[in-house]
Design a protein around this ligand. Structure first.
Ligand SMILES: Cc1cc2nc3c(=O)[nH]c(=O)nc-3n(C[C@H](O)[C@H](O)[C@H](O)COP(=O)(O)O)c2cc1C
Length: 257
């Protein structure tokens, strides 16, 4: 069945315990089976066979698999967008995407990504000189171009975002770790942004073909943020999509030890 056809999905049962399941029998996990055990036999009662051992409790699941229509929208049918319908993207849409994106995990909950949404023609003109020629037209026509940036001084917010420990000195005492953490987690949040936008029905076109230093100087310097990559955001025109590129097979990219 082609991946862009929604298939009815039966609810998936929880996985059976396997050798690869993490050990789950903990002191906290046992009371239920203890309650279910038969009452102790009295001295007069005939001996009975011990009850069959309870199966090991399964680790708690984080949720159920999304249905195929959702997986198609997020991954299998989702395509990088290069052209746009006339449909606009509202401020409420941007907030809705952000409010999903923000729940993605970052190290020490550092949340270093910052997002500058470019919508107006005048703001687009400030971006124009930094764009590579191949990225110019689609960016100028996109309803929104997102500058996915990061705050190199993300650690200033750790007392609020990670209050149960004093994490700020981890990064102020080690600038290299601070930069690495800002970039790694800012990139992750950019990816969460892409998936949040797709989850809400928008099309995205990420781009790294631009001059970061020019963008930083023109649009980010007052806040000290650094640009990472750009994302055109809107409702994609399928006619402008490029042929789907192949992907690696599992065995080419993965090892299981
Ligand atoms: C971080 C990043 C940077 C990219 N930079 C550019 C770019 O500068 N210009 C461009 O046309 N496409 C760019 N792309 C688009 C990729 O080529 C595209 O996402 C990839 O080929 C997969 O296409 P598909 O989603 O349609 O399968 C970029 C994608 C990512 C994720």
């Amino acid at each position: 069945m082609p991946s862009d056809v929604a298939k009815p999905v039966e609810p998936t049962p929880p996985p059976a315990a396997t050798e690869t399941s993490p050990p789950a029998a903990t002191a906290e996990a046992t009371p239920a089976s203890a309650e279910a055990a038969p009452a102790p036999a009295s001295a007069e009662a005939a001996p009975v066979a011990p009850p069959a051992p309870e199966p090991e409790p399964l680790p708690p699941r984080q949720g159920s698999p999304l249905n195929d229509a959702a997986l198609d929208q997020l991954f299998r049918s989702a395509r990088t967008q290069y052209g746009w319908t006339g449909a606009s993207v509202s401020d409420e849409d941007l907030r809705a995407i952000f409010d999903l994106m923000k729940w993605g995990p970052t190290s020490a909950n550092s949340s270093p990504a910052r997002f500058l949404f470019i919508r107006t023609q005048s703001a687009k003109e400030r971006l124009r000189p930094a764009l590579s020629s191949g990225n110019l037209q689609k960016t100028m026509l996109a309803p929104i171009t997102v500058i996915v940036a990061y705050d190199p001084k993300f650690y200033d917010y750790l007392p609020r975002l990670f209050p149960h420990t004093d994490a700020k000195p981890w990064f102020t005492s080690n600038p290299e770790l601070g930069q690495e953490t800002a970039f790694r987690n800012g990139t992750l949040q950019g990816a969460y942004f892409i998936m949040a936008a797709r989850a809400l029905g928008f099309g995205v076109g990420p781009m790294s073909g631009f001059d970061n230093a020019k963008v930083d100087a023109e649009l980010l310097s007052d806040r000290g943020w650094k640009s990472n990559f750009l994302v055109n955001l809107g409702h994609g025109d399928p006619a402008a999509e490029k042929p789907r590129g192949p992907r690696f097979w599992f065995d080419e990219s993965c090892l299981v030890l």
